[in-house]
Design a protein around this ligand. Structure first.
Ligand SMILES: [Zn+2]
Length: 286
C-alpha cells in the first residue's frame, strides 16, 4: 500500500480537481521529502497552473504550465487528499489519516493551496515517500532510471513475460513484485492474482505451468482494473474490508475463502506477509 490502483486514483483525483488551477501556496513541514529532488524547493511551482497528471507504475507526475513537473512517490504509506471549495473530499492512498477525520493530521507533511481555494494534503505516517521537482523535459530520463517493466494495467506480452518466468527459479510472488518485470503490482494485488489462478505464491516461477503462467498474465490487468474501479483496496491496519469480494485474500487471515470456505492463511514469502487459501493454492516444488 499504496499500489498502482491507489496511485492511479490519486492521478484521477488530481486530473479532475487540480488541472486548470494555479498553485498559490505550499506549507511543507517535512523538507526531507525533497531529499533527492533536482530542484530543491517548491518555490518555482508557485503561480504556475496544473496542466496535467500522469502516472508511470507507482510514480505520480503533476505537470505545471511553466514546464516544471512535480514527481511524487507515495511509497508505503503516502496519502493524497484533495478538499474542494464545495466541501467534497477526494482521498487516495494509505487509510491514515482517516479520510473522514480532521486535516491537517499530525502526519500531514504538506498543505498546498490552489487559486480557487482547493487544498491538497500530503500525508505519510512512515515518511518513506518522496517528491522530485524537475523540468518536464527531464521526466522521461528520470523515469528510465527506474527501469520499469510493462504496466500492470496494460495488455501483457505473454510470450516475452512467460519466457522470463520459465527461466527464473525464484518464488512466483517475488518475481511478480519485481517492478522491472511488471510495473505497478504490489503485495495486495499479487496475492489477489495468485488466488484467482490457484497458484501458491512460493511456487518457483519456472515450475508454474504454461497454462497458469498465461492465466496470471491475463488476470493481472483485470485485478488492476478492479482495484482502480474501487479507488483502491479497502485495507485498514492490515485488515481488508472487501467490496464485491475484492480483495479476496489479502488482509483476510482466518476468514473463509470466497471460493471454498477454507480459512485464509497468512505466511511469509520473500519477507512479505502473504495470504493464501491453503486448499485452492497448493505448493508446487520445482
Ligand atoms: Zn479456497
Amino acid at each position: 500500500m499504496p499500489e498502482l490502483p491507489e496511485v492511479e486514483t490519486a492521478r484521477r483525483i488530481t486530473e479532475s480537481t487540480l488541472v486548470g488551477h494555479a498553485l498559490m501556496r505550499v506549507d511543507l513541514r517535512l523538507p526531507k521529502v525533497l531529499r533527492d529532488s533536482p530542484i530543491e524547493s517548491t518555490e518555482p511551482l508557485l503561480g504556475a497552473t496544473v496542466i496535467g497528471a500522469r502516472r508511470r507504475a507507482k510514480v505520480l507526475m503533476v505537470d505545471f504550465s511553466n514546464d516544471l513537473t512535480w514527481m511524487i512517490h507515495l511509497k508505503l504509506a503516502g496519502q493524497w487528499a484533495v478538499f474542494t471549495p464545495d466541501g467534497q473530499r477526494y482521498v487516495a492512498g494509505h487509510p491514515v489519516p482517516s479520510p473522514t477525520g480532521d486535516y491537517p493530521h499530525k502526519s500531514t507533511h504538506a498543505t498546498l493551496t490552489f487559486d480557487d481555494g482547493t487544498l491538497l494534503y500530503y500525508s505519510d505516517i512512515r515518511q518513506f515517500g518522496w517528491w522530485r521537482i524537475m523540468p518536464t523535459a527531464d521526466v522521461q530520463t528520470s523515469l528510465e532510471a527506474f527501469a520499469h517493466g510493462p504496466e500492470a494495467t496494460g495488455e501483457l506480452d505473454a510470450v516475452t513475460l512467460g519466457a522470463v518466468m520459465a527461466r527464473r527459479g525464484i518464488p512466483i510472488k517475488t518475481l511478480l513484485l519485481d517492478q522491472s518485470f511488471i510495473a505497478g503490482l504490489g503485495n495486495i494485488y499479487v496475492d489477489e492474482v495468485l488466488w484467482r489462478v490457484r497458484v501458491h505464491p512460493a511456487t518457483p516461477a519456472n515450475a508454474v505451468s504454461t497454462v497458469k503462467r498465461n492465466a496470471i498474465l491475463r488476470e493481472i490487468p483485470l485485478v488492476m482494473a478492479e482495484g482502480i474501479r474501487q479507488g483502491g483496496a479497502k485495507i485498514v491496519h492490515n485488515v481488508a474490508y472487501p467490496v464485491d469480494g475484492f480483495p479476496a485474500v489479502h488482509g483476510r487471515e482466518g476468514e473463509p475463502c470466497l471460493r471454498c470456505g477454507t480459512p485464509i492463511a497468512k505466511l511469509r514469502v520473500g519477507q512479505r506477509g502473504t495470504y493464501i487459501c491453503p486448499k485452492c493454492q497448493k505448493e508446487t516444488r520445482a
